[in-house]
Design a binder for this molecule. Structure first.
Ligand SMILES: [Zn+2]
Length: 258
């Protein structure tokens, strides 16, 4: 009897870990309903899995999107203030995430958004003119009043990218707590050289799909090697990218001036 109870506790604990927030863009508790990237708990059902996920199905400002025909404008540049961080890395069952050291931030229209973490999706979530990329990195930022800004970087197959190695060489294969990988990384080196971006107002791309997220998708993809892409895709074999969502009436702009 005692042993049975113990097993129930273990099972519950395992369930809680499996249902941890997808990528930390969200702040929902660990007891949130389970979801996946395919099957009965897949993206087309997220909105029905729990009342807290309703906006995943009913929202009109969802992410990702297919970027097509953006309005080119001379917008204020994103000002990056990224510093070196230790690689505190975890696998939450939906992605691998690096919890970034405090002190790094961007300025967007005079508002400061601090870097919280970065993580990836493979294949990419955003498409450009209908084309998906091999993978996509999301650097998640939060302002003092709780607003989110996500810098998206499209990753394309090409030359090895040494700046990404502290990440791609330390991916935990199984679900794990955050662990110090003993190396450092600088998010500034993960960005493309040309820092123009597509911009629109969207959502978290994982349940609860909350809207009001400032999306800043870098226009220029960054190359990583076939081996680095394989390291990313091998962890979540069914993929960990949400399909593109309708743009609806939202403005989509491109800051075309570096
Ligand atoms: Zn993401």
């Amino acid at each position: 009897m005692k042993l049975q109870k113990f097993r129930v506790v273990i099972l519950l604990a395992a369930t809680l870990v499996a249902c941890a927030p997808a990528n930390g863009e969200s702040s929902h508790a660990d007891t949130s309903p389970h979801w996946t990237y395919e099957g009965e708990e897949g993206p087309e059902h997220w909105g029905d899995l729990d009342p807290a996920y309703m906006v995943c199905g009913a929202g009109k400002n969802q992410s990702p999107i297919d970027v097509a025909s953006p309005a080119e404008q001379d917008l204020a540049n994103i000002v990056f203030h990224y510093q070196l961080s230790e690689v505190n890395i975890l696998n939450n069952g939906h992605t691998v995430q690096v919890n970034y050291d405090a002190g790094s931030y961007i300025e967007l229209d005079s508002i400061r958004y601090d870097v919280a973490q970065f993580h990836y999706h493979a294949p990419s979530e955003h498409a450009v003119d209908g084309k998906l990329f091999a993978a996509e990195l999301h650097i998640v930022h939060k302002s003092a009043d709780g607003n989110l800004a996500v810098v998206g970087i499209l990753l394309d197959e090409g030359a090895q990218n040494d700046a990404y190695l502290p990440f791609t060489e330390n991916l935990p294969a199984k679900e794990s707590e955050a662990t110090d990988a003993g190396v450092t990384i600088n998010a500034a080196d993960l960005l493309p050289a040309e820092q123009t971006s597509f911009r629109y107002s969207g959502s978290l791309t994982t349940p609860p799909c909350s809207e009001g997220v400032n999306w800043l998708l870098m226009t220029t993809p960054v190359e990583i090697s076939t081996e680095q892409i394989e390291a990313l895709t091998s962890l979540f074999e069914e993929g960990n990218n949400r399909p593109v969502q309708p743009l609806n009436d939202r403005p989509l702009t491109e800051d075309s001036t570096p």
